[in-house]
Design a protein around this ligand. Structure first.
Ligand SMILES: *Cc1c(COP(=O)(O)O)cnc(C)c1O
Length: 379
């Protein structure tokens, strides 16, 4: 029997296709015995910089470390506030907390699910030392408006581009606007390694030097430590994998864009659904395809029953997580974020998703929401 189940993400297809290349690249690292940092990492850094048009790339151990080290390198610490959003993966806030600073959340724009710049100015206090917009789901945040406030108050921007590889804001790559841009290469991201990895991009050579030292125990030359740093190096094997995959990122993102367009085509007019749209300035990387839907949990259950795996990004906003209970933020403090957490549903989306699979997802979803809409009219 052929399984008709549809996974949320399936990495096995791309790994089958690239198996030979990946094995050869990993073998090169084994032959060189350069596992922690090393020449393969340097080559990846150069190629990723060329890809996104950034002068400096610092490979690190994860996206979380990219954010954390960026904050530390900018001198953020005890008593400082960092403005960010609450509808993100928790790492955005954790990096701020691990830098001994306090996250301050502003609400998001309901149509882009990214930081609402009109709320930024009134969140700024004398303690505000950085702003971290998140290019959530691969849709770039409204950078012009955010950078305008950043310049006005002289507060640096750190971009959380962990979901934004290849996304463009007015034709320029997400991650290249702020003091630094932070990327994650967690396996399920648009560009994913075979373990954990991340990178910081910047055009500031001095900041880049500092970050290079910080990821490697503050070292300039062997056993000369000029700063207190950390071990946050990228693995040679991850760099080798990423170099192979980077060559396909453009084509993979194009496939994601085609899938997003196909979902729009097949789902337009379905009752009780709002489809994601790109803002006029945005060319999203479609890391996730998140619709807003009435009776989300019932829809999710019905999709699961139909053997289609969907996701929720994110079911509990960061400010309502137990871990951030000490901030004392109650339900109702970020109304748009909270409403999105109840309505968003992520549909299966990855480059290798087939037309047949996508059409089955759309058809099943349309049937489910139509049925629910009829029921609503009957009661
Ligand atoms: C994945 C992700 C991170 C963390 O990246 P890791 O590599 O898993 O540490 C941070 N922010 C966002 C928005 C992410 O999606």
């Amino acid at each position: 029997m052929i399984s008709t189940g549809i996974p949320f993400v399936d990495l096995s297809v791309q790994h089958r296709a690239l198996r030979g290349e990946l094995e050869a690249a990993i073998a090169e690292v084994i032959d060189a015995s350069a596992f922690a940092g090393g020449p393969m990492v340097a080559r990846f850094e150069e190629e990723f910089g060329a890809f996104c048009g950034s002068r400096q790339v610092i490979g690190v151990g994860s996206g979380t470390e990219a954010l954390w080290l960026s904050l530390l390198a900018l001198g953020i610490g005890v008593g400082d506030e960092v403005i960010t959003v609450s509808n993100s993966f928790i790492a955005t806030a954790e990096a701020i907390s691990f830098a001994s600073a306090t996250p301050v959340f502003v609400d998001v724009d309901a149509s882009t699910c990214t930081m609402d710049p009109t709320l930024l100015a009134r969140a700024i206090t004398p303690r505000t030392k950085a702003i971290i917009p998140v290019h959530l789901f691969g849709h770039p945040a409204d950078m012009d408006s955010i950078l305008k406030i950043s310049r006005q108050y002289n507060i640096p921007v750190i971009e959380d581009a962990c979901q934004g590889h290849g996304a463009k804001y007015r034709g320029r790559y997400a991650g290249t606007f702020g003091a630094t841009g932070c990327f994650s290469f967690y396996p399920g991201k648009n560009l994913g390694s075979m373990g954990d990895a991340g990178a910081i991009v910047t055009d500031d050579a001095e900041l880049a030097d500092k970050l290079r030292r910080m990821r490697n125990h503050g070292q300039t030359t062997k056993y000369r430590h000029v700063n207190i740093g950390w071990n946050a190096r990228m693995d040679g094997i991850q760099a080798a994998v990423l170099r192979v995959k980077l060559r396909h990122l453009g084509a993979w993102n194009d496939a994601r864009r085609r899938h997003a367009a196909a979902y729009r085509l097949h789902l337009t007019g379905a009752p009780g659904i709002l489809l994601p749209t790109a803002a006029s300035y945005a060319d999203p990387a479609w890391h996730l395809y998140c619709i807003r839907v009435r009776e989300r949990d019932a829809v999710l259950q019905a999709m699961t029953d139909a053997d289609i795996v969907c996701g929720i990004h994110y079911p509990v906003p960061i400010h309502l997580q137990e871990a951030y209970g000490a901030l004392g933020l109650r339900r109702g403090s970020l109304p748009v974020t909270e409403r999105l957490s109840e309505e968003l549903l992520s549909l299966p989306l990855y480059p290798e998703l087939t037309r047949v699979q996508l059409e089955r997802v759309a058809k099943t979803l349309r049937k489910i929401v139509t049925h629910l809409a009829v029921q609503r009219k009957c009661v």
